[in-house]
Design a protein around this ligand. Sequence first.
Ligand code: 5AD
Ligand code: SF4
Length: 446
Amino acid sequence: MNDNNKFYNIITYGCQMNEHDSEKLAGMLENMGYQATNSLDKADIILLNTCIIRENAELKVYGKLGSLKPLKEKKKDLIIGIGGCMMQHDEAVDEIYKKYQHVDLIFGTHNIHHLPDLIEEISKNRNRLVEVWDEEEGLIPDLPARRDGDYTAWVSIIQGCDNFCTYCIVPYVRGRERSRSISAIVTEVKKLVEDGVKEITLLGQNVNSYGKDLSEKENFAELLKELDKIENLFRIRFMTSHPRDFSLEIVDTISKSTKICEQFHLPVQSGSDKLLKAMNRGYTRSYYLKLIESIKEKMPEAAISTDFIVGFPGETEKDFQATLSLVKECSFDMAYTFIYSPRKGTPAARKEDQIKDNVKKERLERLMNLQNEISYLQNKKLIGTKQEIFITGESKNNSQRLEGRTRGNKLVFIDKTPDLIGRLVEVKILEAKSWTLDGKLSKIIK
Ligand code: 5AD
Ligand code: SF4
């Protein structure tokens, strides 16, 4: 099929993995001759790539689906498809199939490479299709991705999660851990670099588990060492790390490399040993504090971010105080804070000592206020320093300014000089806000 006047729109919810899957969905649609559009009215195909991690994410999807109904009534040929993590749960599939008759296609996370065939069948027969697999069938082909940025790209290195933290639904919907081979990843990154990409972010629910299902020689530190050798690549980032599996070998590899950025996203979830145990996280508060200390010892300039869940079943004020004191001890550059959301089928959802909503909200606010202050202080420390910034484009809010990121992934704005986009520069930091920095170009590095 090759129809040049057909348009698609993809709405993505959730994490970077989903964003990256959406790039692959977009790549396949473009190969079929569809073009991207921001307008839902203009689109011939609308896809929702869903997230199931918290109830809020699901409610947004149902809201959006409802709002698409009038579009379908106006344009009978419109194809509405829904995929992603929510569709790996039978209940959501049944509900959507029954109650949202305007949805033509339901697909899962393990068969996104079938999208072209599914769309073709719907276009031909105008029937509704559901295709969700429990797991992948054999090797998944490398899919073309339509990247959002010219100079930055995501690279998936491991899918799934075997950890079964008691609150989390991811292991049930994304399946067991499956690593791609080092050679497949290196080949992909080299191709991206040939296309002009200068910065890659390696993606996985738990990148430190990378290679556990491969040969003995293939582990995360080894992968990093191989990628570090690739010429014309400026920067390597990765996320997410599990503190339990974060080896000192990895800390060492990063400290010796120039390309691997000193940015660590190490979700801690709670500062209370009792809760860490109930969450099945596999580490203690003191283990986590020591890990942070050893990273800062080797790389004093490292930027460290984390995730917290407040209101996990059984969380007392004392447990919450332990979280607040951990926040102070670690001086995180940034933290993502979430209210515990019971997910059906997970052990924590079955617990009786659930926390009341008002208590959860109040704790979230206290935690956010504290972390915001600390984030601001951390950013203020950079005033007057010179930072290596990779300039990725114009600032979204001011076309007279350019934006880029520090090695620690902080957003920095400088005055616009057109030929700096795609270059690695040195910037003197002049001003700090809670989330961004302002600076002035001091020299071009490459
Ligand atoms: N409720 C709230 N937050 C959750 N997360 C995962 N599951 C839940 C849940 N049921 C958070 C964790 C994780 C991040 C990606 O989402 O903090 O690190
Ligand atoms: Fe969920 Fe834990 Fe796996 Fe992260 S490591 S995806 S929180 S089960």
